[in-house]
Design a protein around this ligand. Structure first.
Ligand SMILES: [Mn+2]
Length: 214
C-alpha cells in the first residue's frame, strides 16, 4: 500500500538533518519504507542514516548530473554537493553506483576513487555502459537534474547532455525489488516550465513506488 506520511516541518538550520532522520525512522518503525520527495540533495544523508539503522549498509543507485562527492562545498560539509561523501565516510553504503554524471572535476574524481564509486558518466553511458547488477538492500536516489534539461528544466543546476525520461525509467524498472527506500530531489518549481518537471518527477516517483511495493 502506498500512503502519504505528510511533510516534515524543517527549519533552515543544521537541526533539520536530525528531524529528517527521525521522521524517516518513524516510517520504517511503522513497518513501511520511505519514498522521500523534494528538498535539495542534502536530505539524502540524513535519510540514509535512518535506512542504515534498519537495514545496515545498502547499495545505492544514484542518478544525477553531479556526483555530490565534495568533501565540503562553500564551507559546508553537509551541503547539497556533499551527501555522498558523508554517506561513504559513515559506511552507510557498501556500494555506490552513479548514472548520468557529467560534471566531474579532479577533486570529485579523487573522491570517487577514494570511495570506490562506480561512476557511469554520460560519455560512458552514451557509449553503452550500464550499471552492473545490484544486490542486497538497494536504495535509489534520483536528482532530477540527472535528466537532460529538455526533459526536466525545473532544477536549480541545469546541465545539458543528460538522460531522457525513458532512460531513467528503464534504470528504475531494472532495480531489484523491493527497494528499501528511495528519494526524488532537487525539483525547483520556480524555474519549471508549464509543470513539465513536476509531471516527470511524479512519473519517476510512481515507478519507484512500484519497485518498492515489489
Ligand atoms: Mn545534481
Amino acid at each position: 500500500m502506498l500512503a502519504d506520511a505528510g511533510d516534515l516541518a524543517l527549519p533552515e538550520t543544521p537541526e533539520a538533518a536530525a528531524l529528517i532522520t527521525a521522521g524517516v525512522g518513524r516510517v520504517i518503525a511503522a513497518g513501511q519504507r520511505p519514498l522521500a520527495l523534494g528538498g535539495d540533495h542534502s536530505v539524502t544523508f540524513p535519510v540514509l542514516r535512518a535506512i542504515h539503522a534498519a537495514f545496515g549498509p545498502v547499495t545505492i543507485l544514484h542518478v544525477d548530473a553531479h556526483s555530490d562527492l565534495y568533501h565540503e562545498f562553500e564551507g559546508d560539509p553537509f551541503s547539497h554537493a556533499c551527501p555522498f561523501a558523508r554517506i561513504m565516510e559513515a559506511g552507510l553504503a557498501s556500494r555506490l553506483v552513479q548514472v548520468g554524471i557529467r560534471t566531474l572535476n579532479a577533486h570529485q574524481r579523487a573522491q570517487a576513487a577514494r570511495f570506490g564509486v562506480e561512476v557511469i558518466d554520460m560519455r560512458a553511458w552514451a557509449a553503452g555502459a550500464r550499471p552492473a547488477p545490484l544486490h542486497g538492500p538497494v536504495y535509489c536516489s534520483i536528482d532530477l537534474d540527472g535528466l537532460d534539461p529538455a526533459h526536466a528544466p525545473g532544477v536549480s543546476h541545469r546541465e545539458p547532455g543528460g538522460l531522457t525520461v525513458r532512460e531513467v525509467l528503464t534504470v528504475v524498472q531494472a532495480l531489484p525489488s523491493p527497494l528499501v527506500g528511495a528519494d526524488v530531489v532537487e525539483y525547483n518549481p520556480d524555474v519549471d516550465l508549464g509543470g513539465v518537471t513536476a509531471h516527470v518527477g511524479a512519473k519517476i516517483a510512481s515507478e519507484l513506488a512500484g519497485q518498492m511495493l515489489g
